[in-house]
Ligand binder design. Sequence first.
Ligand SMILES: [Zn+2]
Ligand SMILES: [Zn+2]
Length: 135
Amino acid sequence: MQDRTTSSSRGGIAKIAAAAVLLAIAAFIFLRGDADARQSDVPEDATLYVCLECGKSFELTPAAYDKLAREGGIRAAEGDEIRGRVCLRCPHCGKFGGTRAIPCPKDGSPMPRIGKDGRRGQCPKCGWNGNGPES
Ligand SMILES: [Zn+2]
Ligand SMILES: [Zn+2]
């Protein structure tokens, strides 16, 4: 009688523990799946960035951007004139020089939207600085 009670309650605890583990796994899969669904990882959705430190460009998909953010690779720029600008850790030189870039309308080379001094960016190749129709 006593043995049966003990074993049945033990079985109950094991069942609860197993259910809790399954629930945790299910929640983990659900959260992961949800995050993956929201963040596109296709090259078509990639955003162009250029590093103000080394001048090289790189592209990040929304998923890659999120991954970089989680790894501490994104931080706000310092200084009054560049307040609000976000700096990304450059995959080429490792410095926080990455900033949003657009292809130069004249020669297609990546140029920063905002330069190091907080002013309008300039094409490193031809010097075009946005004097013209804004894209
Ligand atoms: Zn760089
Ligand atoms: Zn240019």
